[in-house]
Design a protein around this ligand. Structure first.
Ligand SMILES: *Cc1c(COP(=O)(O)O)cnc(C)c1O
Length: 390
């Protein structure tokens, strides 16, 4: 091997070893089967407490049937990018349905939420502009902001005053404010009305990533914007994903026609990637129909969250102030979080430890997520086990 190759390998080995030494090395769990909240790992049934399938729709028979029917008809792959020949009538129908559901002029599909966020930041802002991000914003928004070339400002978590201060100091003409609606690792909700008011005051464009609220929050499952009653002129750009509550995969952006057309024309993560399978669009349409028609899953989920919090409080478990399906238990150091997660697995519960850089240094945690498929019994078992282990 030539010396260059050696130093290349050496550096990678060094970085991997560092990660291990700091208890930050990621081991992937491989599932061999799944039924509701139960999954099979290494031949053992365990209860999954870290899935984002909040409504349990990913195995809903109508959604599976919609997927199968279109796969039988058109095959699996879309065959091309959306701008070349990968766009089907089903994609268009789904976009129209999403525009209608979110009360906006248009919507645009993406193969993933990560790519949707990349397109938003890079198409709507660039050099000379400014992007403001919550300190706990999802990694995809941070990467997107960096890639855009705009000046990046971080404001204190869920703190409208901190945002206002940053905006008032900025001399950039175009200012985008990117926030999670429900924060992915803490489960708290962004103060949407206050953020929107400050954006209006400073003529900044508010972009909301509702990956964890869409399908779950609001009477119709329209997400945190529906729940808080924000109009589309107050939050002009809405992004949400299908891989969580909707139980499929992919994402969309909903906005006015001018913004959506800008994403189509300039969003490199839209243009230079293969369109999602049309069968997936059919499955997502079926999922949206269920979200529209049936509210009992949302109610079940709310009941599970209440039960969990009540029982956790009885046990004096220290929870964050989250009312959503995301219920983190802060452990602190990464080694303890990993140990706790491994001990839980032995007892029959899957809950992968969340560590830096996903969360800030010193705040490693178990991010417990609840779904409509969990039973109160399963929650009690988890808490009982946690009580013993702690
Ligand atoms: C999951 C998530 C994403 C990424 O969505 P994918 O479709 O999984 O790529 C983006 N933003 C937030 C807040 C998320 O939780």
């Amino acid at each position: 091997m030539d010396p260059q190759t050696n130093s290349f390998r050496d550096r990678l080995e060094q970085k991997l070893n560092d990660r291990k030494a700091h208890n930050l090395f990621r081991e992937r769990q491989t599932l061999s089967a799944r039924q509701g909240a139960k999954v099979k790992i290494d031949g053992r049934d365990v209860i999954n407490f870290c899935s984002n399938d909040y409504l349990g729709l990913s195995n809903h028979p109508d959604i599976v049937a919609a997927f199968k029917a279109v796969a039988d008809q058109f095959g699996v792959g879309s065959g091309s990018s959306s701008l070349v020949s990968g766009r089907y009538r089903l994609h268009q129908q789904l976009e129209e349905k999403l525009a209608e559901k979110t009360g906006r002029e248009a919507a645009l599909l993406f193969p993933s939420g990560y790519m949707a966020n990349l397109a938003i930041a890079t198409s709507l802002a660039g050099r000379g502009d400014a992007i403001f991000l919550d300190r706990l914003a999802h990694a995809s928004m941070i990467d997107a902001a960096r890639l855009s070339g705009a000046k990046l400002h971080r404001y204190q978590h869920a703190d409208p005053e901190s945002l206002a201060l940053g905006l008032s100091k900025s001399t950039s003409k175009i200012k985008l404010v990117l926030t999670d609606a429900v924060f992915s690792m803490d489960g708290d909700k962004a103060p949407m009305r206050e953020l929107a008011a400050i954006c209006e005051q400073h003529q900044a464009v508010l972009v909301v990533d509702d990956a964890h609220g869409f399908g779950v929050l609001g009477e119709q499952g329209g997400g945190l914007l529906e729940e808080t009653g924000l109009r589309s002129d107050q939050a002009p750009v809405l992004m949400a994903t299908f891989g969580k509550a909707l139980g499929t995969a992919g994402a969309f952006v909903a906005a006015d026609k001018c913004i959506i057309e800008s994403l189509v024309q300039f969003g490199r993560s839209y243009i230079y990637t293969t369109a999602a399978p049309p069968a997936l669009a059919a499955a997502t349409l079926a999922a949206l129909e269920i979200v529209d028609k049936e509210s009992w899953r949302r109610k079940e989920l709310i009941a599970r969250i209440k039960h969990f919090r009540l029982r956790a409080k009885e046990q004096d478990l220290k929870l964050l102030a989250s009312e959503t399906a995301i219920q983190p238990l802060i452990v602190g150091d990464s080694a303890s979080a990993v140990q706790l997660s491994q001990a839980l697995l032995k007892e029959g519960f899957l809950n992968t430890a969340i560590r830096p850089p996903t969360v800030p240094e010193g705040s490693a945690r178990l991010r417990i997520t609840l779904t409509a498929e969990h039973t109160n019994d399963q929650i009690d078992q988890l808490l009982e086990t946690l009580g013993k282990l702690l």
